[in-house]
Ligand binder design. Sequence first.
Ligand code: GDP
Length: 312
Amino acid sequence: MADDTAASAELDRARAGDPRALARLLSLVEDESPRVRSVIKDLMPGTGGARIIGLTGAPGVGKSTMTSALVAAFRADRARVAVLAIDPSSPFTGGALLGDRIRMQAHAIDDRVFIRSMASRGHLGGLATSTPQAIRVLDAAGFDPIIVETVGVGQAEVAIASLADSVAVLLAPGMGDAIQAAKAGILEAADLFVVNKADKPDAQQVVRDLRTMIALGERRHGDWKPPIVTTVAVKGDGIDELVSRLDEHWSWLATTGELKRRRQARAREELTALAFAALRGRLAASRLDELAGRVADGTLDPFEAADELLGR
Ligand code: GDP
């Protein structure tokens, strides 16, 4: 009970703009603390307002440079911007990774910008269930938009990126090219493509490859055709166009009902993941070992064992 009151007071402080209160709430989420449950229950009514923008791409394509430029662009006309940088490959602890400090420099004196890294604690399953909670905390604290930056181009990163309302996939000449992205299944997840480092000579080739891939690919976005934006993030070139395209996608989501559909699909995934995790825990705590022993020594068939395990 005392914990609940404390969490609620913490959320009030976070809403009022206290970054340390916010950081503490996010640490609860990252640590998968048992208190997360009551925190989320408490803040749930104040969520759903923020627009979530996913940014993903291979290491080195320019994600953090781009994020920083995007934050500046959004800060020009919006109240409070949050960045959640997720690195599924680095099981470091703590909220203050080197990347944070680098990212923070440009916005260090801006108390309406909040930037936080989350690491995997060694298992990706943790991030899959804790990232939505971290987004809720930031949403309830009044940040809008929330940029979720994920490193990498694998399925897992795509899954995390798809927690966003709009997913921008970054590519750059020489790294994480279109063919690799297609192999990783990332093209289907993209609402927008950004070809960064357009100051490099082979950037136009990446754009051409991408066009071919898009033409060949399956259309899962209804009548939305993913645009390709070319940028030079280090100079801020193309950022205004990227913001316009993101705004267009946001309007499209709202007017077609796709936003509601997407968010419901996401909630379904989240619920299923939570239910499976709970069920797995329950099964392990029940007669799993005993039944497995009987299946292994041939005295029980696995179908009957599964029925017994489920209490049927
Ligand atoms: P991340 O690993 O995807 O977050 O990439 P970073 O933002 O850290 O950028 C990787 C490197 O590419 C850095 O040295 C950046 O300065 C550089 N970089 C980022 N954007 C551009 C760009 O538009 N053109 C060029 N030439 N370099 C860039």
